[in-house]
Design a protein around this ligand. Structure first.
Ligand code: URA
Length: 265
C-alpha cells in the first residue's frame, strides 16, 4: 500500500514524522535510487527501495516503547556533529531501532520515551493532546510570590506567551529553591527559559513524568519496556494537589485563577 514518504520513515522507526520531513528536505532520502526532496510523495515500501541517510529502510511490524532515565551529558538526537554521547547508545540491548519522543537538553536528565511508533510519537508531542510533563527544577535564590504567579499564569519567553504552568514548592532557602513544575508545551529549553525570565536560573533539571507515567525508581542510564497501560498513563492527567506555596511555605498571592487570552501556539 502506498503511504506518504515521511509517514513510512516514521513508521520504520527512522525518526519522528517531523524529523523525516527535515531529512527529505535535506536531500537525505532516496526512492528507487533517486533523491526525493518533494514532500508528500506516496510510495510503497513493499515494492520500492527507500534509503534514509544512505541506509535501507525496512518496515518493522513490532512496535516497541521504552522509558529511559536519561543521564546528563547525552544528546537526544540520533547523531551529533560534536561527537557527544547519544541516548540510543544506552539501548544497545533493544532489538528495534528506536528514536526519542521529543527532546531533553544535554544537561537535563530523567524520563525520556523512545519508540519506533511514529504515530504515538506524534500524539505525545502534538499540542492538541496537551500531554503534561513534570520536571523537578533546582533554581537559584527564592522566587517571590509575584514571580511564581507569572510562571503559573503564563509569561512571555522568546516572543511566545507560555501556557499556564502548575508549580509545587519542594523546598526553599534564600540561596536556592526546588520546584516541581508541570507544563504541556515543549519548546526548546522551555523550563530553563521560563525561570530565567523571572530572574532565577535553573541549576539542575530532571523530568519525572509524562502525564501519569512516572520515572519512579529507574536508575540513571537504565530503561524499562512500556506496556499498553503505561502508554495510556501518558495521556492521563495527574490529579492536582494545591500548590505548596498555597499551603503556607511561601507567603504571597493565592495560586493563579485567571484565564489566559493568548494560547501562544
Ligand atoms: N525544559 C528545558 O529547559 N529543558 C529540557 O530539557 C526540557 C524542558
Amino acid at each position: 500500500m502506498k503511504e506518504r514518504l515521511q509517514k513510512i520513515l516514521a513508521q520504520a522507526g527512522i525518526c519522528s514524522r517531523r524529523a523525516a520531513e527535515e531529512l527529505i528536505r535535506a536531500g537525505q532520502v532516496t526512492v528507487d535510487g533517486k533523491v526525493v526532496t518533494e514532500m508528500g510523495l506516496k510510495v510503497d515500501l513493499k515494492t520500492q527501495k527507500i534509503t534514509a541517510k544512505g541506509q535501507p529502510v525496512g518496515f518493522s511490524e513490532k512496535k516497541m516503547y521504552v522509558l529511559l532515565n536519561k543521564p546528563e551529558g547525552y544528546v537526544t538526537t540520533l547523531s551529533d556533529p560534536q561527537g557527544r554521547p547519544i541516548v540510543t547508545e544506552l539501548l544497545k540491548k533493544v532489538p528495534e531501532r528506536l528514536f526519542p519522543v521529543g527532546r531533553l537538553d544535554f544537561d537535563t536528565k530523567g524520563a525520556l520515551i523512545l519508540t519506533n511508533d511514529g504515530d504515538l510519537a506524534q500524539r505525545v508531542q502534538h499540542p492538541s493532546f496537551e500531554v503534561n510533563k513534570t520536571y523537578v527544577a533546582r533554581v537559584t535564590g527564592k522566587p517571590s510570590a509575584a514571580q511564581l504567579t507569572r510562571l503559573e499564569e503564563g509569561l512571555e519567553v522568546d516572543g511566545h506567551l507560555t501556557a499556564p504552568a502548575t508549580l509545587k514548592l519542594r523546598k526553599s532557602s534564600p540561596k536556592e529553591s526546588v520546584f516541581e513544575i508541570t507544563i504541556h508545551e515543549g519548546r526548546k529549553r522551555q523550563v530553563r527559559n521560563m525561570f530565567s525570565a523571572i530572574g532565577h536560573e535553573v541549576t539542575e533539571l530532571t523530568r519525572i513524568s509524562y502525564g501519569n507515567l512516572h520515572l519512579g525508581s529507574l536508575k540513571p542510564g537504565k530503561f524499562r519496556f512500556l506496556s499498553k497501560s503505561d502508554i495510556a498513563r501518558i495521556f492521563t492527567k495527574e490529579k492536582k494537589s494545591p500548590p505548596a506555596r498555597g499551603r503556607g511555605k511561601a507567603k504571597g498571592t493565592p495560586p493563579a485563577t485567571k484565564k489566559r487570552k493568548n494560547s501562544g501556539k
